[in-house]
Design a protein around this ligand. Sequence first.
Ligand SMILES: [Cu+2]
Length: 247
Amino acid sequence: MSKSSSDKRHFIIVAVLVVVTTVVMGIVLNGVLELPVAASVQAHTVDWLFRVHMWLIAFLFALVSVFMVYSFVVFRRGKRQDEGEHFEGNTTLEILWTALPLVAVAVFAYIGVVTLNTVTSAPPDEMVIKVEGAQWLWNFTYPDGTLSTNELVVPVDQNLTMQMSSKDVIHDFWVPEWRVKEDVVPGLTTTVHYTTDKTGEFDMMCNQVCGLNHTLMIAKVKVVTQEEFATWQQAQLVKQDLQTASR
Ligand SMILES: [Cu+2]
């Protein structure tokens, strides 16, 4: 076999192995790294980007490991006494391995910025809920004055904006099923947006170590239907009125 045709054969085999290894690693990585249920529109966008990254990681792993292992096995010295061809520098290769990663990084930076912009931009007709973090509980105030402590009840298919402030130290608003999280900083008003798309009960936990009982700073999140939300809000308002009257 001529040298150039045997080189070509090696490259074809390596290319096929890279594709196969990428597919296997991609499936394994995406299967092993199971994410919590996605319960907001933003969560699906975040998960999509996460999966795309896993596939890129699988490809880079395959590219490096297949070339390395193939070279170890196929080009090992063994009984052969001949030495490999010696050459210095290869301008085409150098241009390629500089330009391709540069393009890949630029493309991923672009996708990252677009995704970040999508999940952090304010949705239209949102319900603005004021959130106050304090050592070690969460207070929620709804647009109509409904108050709630450690329980966030919201309707499904609703755009939400959390307007957050802190009474004392830095806390962090995090519902894993909604993915996006944001710090709650004393002296600042920070915001985070969600569009709920699944009913259910989730935990909202402080994600910034904020003192002795940080791990207990958990609020219940209930995503309910519009009707259930209206009923809850009514009951909550009646309870509030009774409390004010009894004072
Ligand atoms: Cu906290």
